[in-house]
Design a protein around this ligand. Sequence first.
Ligand code: CP
Ligand code: NVA
Length: 332
Amino acid sequence: ISKFNGRSFLAEKDFSKEEFMYLIDLAFQLKDEKKHGIPHRYLEGKNIALLFEKPSTRTRCAFTVACTDLGAHPEYLGKDDIQLGKKESIEDTAKVLGRMFDGIEFRGFEHKKVEMLAEHSGVPVWNGLTDLWHPTQTLADFLTVKENFGRLEGITFVYVGDGRNNVANSLLVGGALVGMDVRICSPESLFPAAEIVELAQELAKQSGGRVTITSNVDEGVAGADVIYTDVWVSMGEEDKFEERIELLSPYHVKMEMLEKTGNENVIFLHCLPAFHDRETSYGKDIYTKHGLAEMEVTDEVFRSKHSKVFDQAENRMHTIKAVMAATLGNLV
Ligand code: CP
Ligand code: NVA
């Protein structure tokens, strides 16, 4: 493992397999310490900027609580609070923030923006989700897998649904990096971009993992340890509901699909927020219009014993804490 200090985390590929594994194990340790009330104030006196162009529950709260537990001060800056890319260039904003803050989290649309922040701020920058990647989500998901199966290598990890979004990209590359049998099961028109599949294939060659992209649900889910899905329409794509419902209905996660895996210990994961219950979810008019009770996952699966979605949500905090501690806390 090379030194973490001062490094940014913009995508899974920024770290080696060993480094990725180290972050997951560090998160496991920090989670245990937190449960036992053992303090770990590795970032005492540091100031962290949390930049959000898109809304967030988990990522914002995870960064805020993790900062506080580590002894750092988090400063939330929403989309209308600062000039980022509006009245001031990203380069200039990055230089200003880097003079005041010790680390920067960014959630937004174009991935280029988070790269520019990292390039010009001079401090570690962490990607809290862009249109292209959601790497801190991958760490939390893999910690959850490890807690359930005791390992990551050789795990059959199947992502079902919109194969072109940030979460699909991240899981594909992250799974290949750590040596999983990672599969994307989606309609052909939503297959991941060729360069992302190529990157995953290259990483799988080195790790002993496997990469499969298929539109066939039966083949895709056979033998799965994990069935993962995400929303059919990501933030910023709200005009695509109708076409996605049409395209993705065969990829709806139901009990039947879990049974098709042939694995009674299969777990269900979802990064959240999820559309699993018409009565409580946003977009009720769209459900009603299409006669749907839920979208990407049934309420039955969501609330079943297979579902680990709230462990996964909690793990966002422990893994984000690990990333900040490792890249800013002089740990390794
Ligand atoms: N999973 C996730 O990133 O959730 P938020 O959008 O609530 O941060
Ligand atoms: N793909 C989703 C993930 C939300 C955490 C989105 O970008 O909206």
